[in-house]
Design a protein around this ligand. Sequence first.
Ligand code: EPU
Length: 420
Amino acid sequence: MDKLVIEGGHPLRGSIKISGAKNAALPLIAATLLAPGRHTVRNVPNLRDTRTILKLLESFGAKTELAADGTLTVDSDEISNLEASYELVKTMRASVLVLGPLLARFGRARVSLPGGCAIGARPIDFHLQALEKMGARLVLREGYVEAQAEASLAGAEVCFDIPSVTGTENILMAAALAKGVTVLKNAAREPEVGNLIEMLQAMGAEIEGRDTDRLTIRGVPRLKAADSAVIPDRIETGTYLIAVGAVGGEVTLTNCRPGHLPSVLDKLRQVGLVIEEGEDSIRVARRGALRNVDVKTMPYPGFPTDLQAQVMSLMAMTNGGLSVIHETIFENRFMHVAELRRLGADIRVDGRSAIVKGAGGFVGAKVMATDLRASASLVIAGLAAQGLTEISRIYHLERGYDNLVGKLRALGAKVQQMRE
Ligand code: EPU
């Protein structure tokens, strides 16, 4: 296992390119299962999670090829196995995204239940209830969902209790090939959902309501392979913006979409960062002291839960003020708090709120990464800390940050990846 060793206190300067979004690449890759032929997906990030979903597709019989420039081709003509094994699903919950497409195209699928994860129980009951409404027969046996649909799935009216991101994506893919019209209310509006809708439309799907919480999908008998591109990663973008806030300096992020970070840019401006938005770039600089803000995570366009840990690192560095960070999406997403405390942060957790008292900075120590975004918050703290910070279990970071060490070094950070 590898660890990161960071010598803190070196301001970040220069320019880096933002990679394709993990959470858009995963559904786009799953969607290639919906139609035979040769699919092209561009701007795929080089991540452990994207490699995992490609392994899953290969286990079904698809042929995949990911070029060094991020261009992926998938040939999903011959799918001979319809089972997503526990061994693959347990390493990545998003594997559940293959359920909708397999069931829609082949009329059956067997997908391992993902189980719990570090940030909460994260059930998939919304996905399953919606598929049942569309006529699927589901049996839970030996830790697997066994799904079958008679002739084809049928359109239905579905309303989610909470706007689930992967739930919306699964139902969009299932409904694209269902008979009749599906109306999905309280759908997720995340840009990654919009990216999938674009791809499905290019494949011949009939979908209305993109970027709204009400999606209407008119099922078509078949779809065709298409050429699509993954949108830039707004969470990677936000992570680097926050890093500049914590460490100081001036950085330009290219190949990103400022329009996908409305609440994040607003919040970081309130913190005191200077942010200039270009068409597909953002320039960020820290000038002057950091100010305290309160943050409440919300579905898009609200402040993303995937940046909650990182912004907590930033708030822990102010000079004495208080910030309340309220997590509304996941029930157990404060695993980073104990580790940030080891670096000198003053944070108290009360239910779903963290009360952060600015301690003026961090002091390097040994810490452990617990999940993907928690790890990012430790990297941010380490970059800003006095002295050396050692972060173990960094495989979490490799799940979601493309070339993190290379990009940070390009900005002047002193970071090394070593064997533990
Ligand atoms: N929920 C249910 N039942 C369901 C589905 C969701 O109760 O059937 C609950 C969840 O437990 C949670 C809330 O609904 O409390 C929202 O969860 P959602 O389904 O939207 O989360 P997800 O689709 O599993 C995606 C991202 C996460 C991100 C969340 C929220 C992907 C592959 N994952 O997860 O990304 O945090 O949406 O925005 O898109 C990450 O990248 O680090 C990450 C965890």
